[in-house]
Design a protein around this ligand. Structure first.
Ligand code: ZN
Length: 684
């Protein structure tokens, strides 16, 4: 039986791929790879690039070429058969990856390669691949002595169990509190769409009325819009005490012991690997160089945004007193009166903006901006097999040579996963036969499909999302690197990977580029300056308060992972209280146990890494600042961004690339200015 996933093809044969092909293809490839890797490792002469790294890369690429279309289809064309096939492959892939990551012989082979005579002649990309590989081997514990390795494996297993229990308890606690409201008057202020959701939730339980839950859409609707202060108070108390020893379900799903155990095990793991604490382990594969650098960075942002944050809070208090006679804002009032103030100052809705952003104009404008900046032509092409008739396919060329391709799948539809993302279809690399494999990207969004004969109209948020994903796409497609390990977004530390995407968003906010992406679908006029001004003002609303809130999370995350339990017993609540005293400006419920639901760091991948959000924003804002200084279409700035950052992929340290582009270290000023927080530091 022929299997399209096992046949070589330039682009995936989407029309021929069926669910039953997935498992067979993955099994065949994994078996073949295992045999080939074993014979390579058995042969002692295979300790050079051509006999070890290049063939490994080839094997990995074959696996990717079979798996990528399957995981892509699973995301955009979900079906019961495909989902089952996809899920059947996952454990096989994860087992294979663990096996390679833990392989002692493979680790030794890379060590021999790094110390061999040939290594002196390697280029930057090759060196980076080897050092990344050795680093990842060490971080996976493969270099440890036997007893330590055993303990390492135990810790990893326990940590993964604890993380999933943490998430389960948050989920149980979230679902463990509901409130049925039968009198609609008690919900006044809540938008119709949210009310409909609450009515539906009640109905699903066989009740009449409205079911208020702690699921985010419901919580958000109540805390932001509900006029009933008592209900806001109740939902707030339930929400911020989830999975803790406080609140309406005190002790029922208490994450306190898990937090302590997780932090202790992470510390032990870091020590086993030779780090001082977990923050050092976390930074081992990130751009930030030392824990102190991260702390200084966060402190500096805190210092610079605190004055604005306090001022915004007192403006809010003043507004609530004047217009609503609220003497003292409570924790459950902040969101509600902030929304009132926002409406009062900048009555502008995303829906009002849609007529100015017909999809075709936005795409044309995006491609024109990319042409002016990076000298690339983007053309729609017919021919390749697609998974849905809405999907478009494009070629990217420079000097009449095709250098990359991408699929564009923009509209929401049934059986397509929500959100927006860029994913790799093919990575740029030199094949072992000497030919060049061109990069191909999947760009996926979930915009409203066009209705009747009107064109698809985007909100400004959606335009920004498209630019963001296209920025990731350019990073993937414009790379000049020919080794897949550091080509495009591969090998880029995750606190730096959002640089190109957030960078490109800036062209959605400039009058000069807005004339290219906006054109009223009936009058043909670009977005008026008055609308842009309102949009900008709304963007800066409570920027200081938002900033210190993020800093509170980031500082808390970093400080608890910095703690050495050998020096003093860990008191998580005390650290949170200290951080709050330092940066927070909003009133806090004494029973608030935010940390018990902080899944990002206790069950997600952000441990000692929450700072990354702000870190990447500083990079992208500061990179764009050079365009503000020299012109947003300045040829030299764009050529430098292309050659020093986009084309380099993960082949160099991001700090070095940034320095090469900017001529200096990253500076926080641009981010503060873009957030409207640049007013000189006050003496207050
Ligand atoms: Zn992104």
């Amino acid at each position: 039986m022929s299997n399209p996933l096992l046949e070589e093809s330039l682009l995936p044969p989407f029309e021929a791929i069926k669910a039953e092909h997935a498992l067979a293809a993955v099994q065949t490839i994994l078996e073949r790879n295992r045999t080939k890797i074993a014979s390579m490792l058995a042969d002692e002469s295979c300790r050079n690039w051509a006999a070890l790294v290049a063939p490994l890369d080839e094997l990995n690429d074959q696996l990717e070429q079979a798996w990528t279309p399957v995981s892509h289809l699973n995301a955009v064309m979900d079906s019961a058969e495909l989902r089952a096939a996809y899920n059947a492959c996952l454990p096989l892939l994860s087992e294979y990856n663990t096996e390679l990551g833990q392989s002692q012989p493979l680790f030794r082979a890379f060590e021999a390669l790094a110390q061999g005579d040939e290594a002196a002649g390697y280029g930057a990309a090759q060196n980076k691949i080897i050092s990344n590989t050795l680093r990842d081997f060490r971080l996976s514990g493969v270099a440890l002595a036997d007893a330590d390795k055993k303990r390492y494996a135990q810790i990893s297993k326990e940590l993964s169990n604890l993380a999933s229990r943490f998430a389960e308890q948050v989920l149980d606690a979230t679902q463990g509190w509901t409130k049925l409201i039968t009198d609609q008057k008690l919900l006044s202020g809540i938008p119709q769409a949210s009310l409909a959701g609450m009515a539906q939730a009640a109905q699903a339980k066989g009740e009449a009325g409205y079911l208020v839950t702690l699921e985010f859409p419901s919580y958000f609707a109540v805390i932001t819009y509900c006029d009933n202060a008592l209900l806001r108070q109740q939902i707030h108390e339930a929400y911020v005490t989830r999975a803790s020893e406080r609140g309406p379900n005190a002790g029922q799903w208490d994450n306190s012991p898990l937090i302590t155990q997780i932090l202790a095990l992470r510390h032990e793991k870091a020590r086993l690997l030779g780090f001082k604490n977990y923050t050092e382990l976390s930074l081992a594969n990130k751009m930030a160089e030392s824990p102190q650098q991260v702390l200084d960075f966060l402190q500096q942002l805190a210092q610079r945004s605190q004055f604005s944050a306090r001022q915004e809070m007192s403006e809010l208090q003043e507004f609530a007193s004047q217009h609503y006679s609220v003497e003292k804002l409570q924790p459950w009032d902040v969101g509600y009166y902030s929304e009132k103030l926002r409406q009062h100052r900048y009555a502008i809705s995303q829906d009002e903006l849609r007529p100015w952003f017909p999809l075709n104009q936005v795409l044309q404008g995006l491609f024109e901006i990319s042409r002016r900046l990076f000298g690339i032509e983007i053309t729609a092409v017919k021919g390749p097999q697609l998974w849905h008739h809405d999907v478009l396919f494009y070629e990217v060329s420079r000097d009449n040579q095709v250098i990359a391709q991408f699929y564009l799948d923009l509209f929401a539809r049934e059986r397509k996963r929500g959100g927006a993302w860029m994913a790799e279809c093919r990575v740029r690399r030199r094949r072992s036969d000497g030919s060049l494999q061109l990069p191909v990207a999947f760009l996926t969004c979930n915009f409203n499909a066009p209705v009747a004969d009107a064109p698809a109209l985007l909100t400004h948020n959606e335009v920004t999302t498209l630019f963001h994903e296209f920025g990731h796409g350019l990073h993937h497609m414009l790379t000049q690197i020919e080794y897949s390990g550091v080509s495009g977004i591969n090998g880029v530390p995750w606190d730096a990977v959002e640089l190109p995407s957030q960078f490109l968003e800036n062209w959605c906010w400039q009058p000069e580029s807005l004339t290219q992406i906006s054109s009223h679908y009936q009058t043909g006029k670009p977005l008026p300056q008055t609308m842009l001004d309102k949009l900008l003002a709304a963007k800066h609303f409570q920027a200081g308060m938002q900033m210190v809130r993020q800093l509170e999370f980031a500082l808390f995350d970093f400080r608890i992972h910095l703690h050495d339990p050998a020096e003093a017993p860990l008191d998580v609540q005390k650290i949170l209280d200290e951080v709050r005293a330092q940066v927070s400006v909003v009133p806090v419920l004494p029973d608030n146990r935010f940390q018990h639901g902080f899944s990002h760091i206790f069950s997600g991948g952000y441990a000692a890494g929450y700072y990354s959000y702000k870190w990447a924003e500083v990079l992208s804002a500061d990179a764009f600042a050079r365009f503000e200084e020299q012109g947003i279409f300045d040829t030299q700035a764009a050529a430098d961004f292309l050659s020093k950052i986009l084309e380099q992929g993960g082949s160099q340290e991001p700090l070095e690339m940034f320095q090469a582009f900017r001529g200096r270290d990253p500076d926080i000023e641009a981010l503060l200015r873009h957030s409207g927080l640049a007013s000189p530091q006050s003496t207050v």
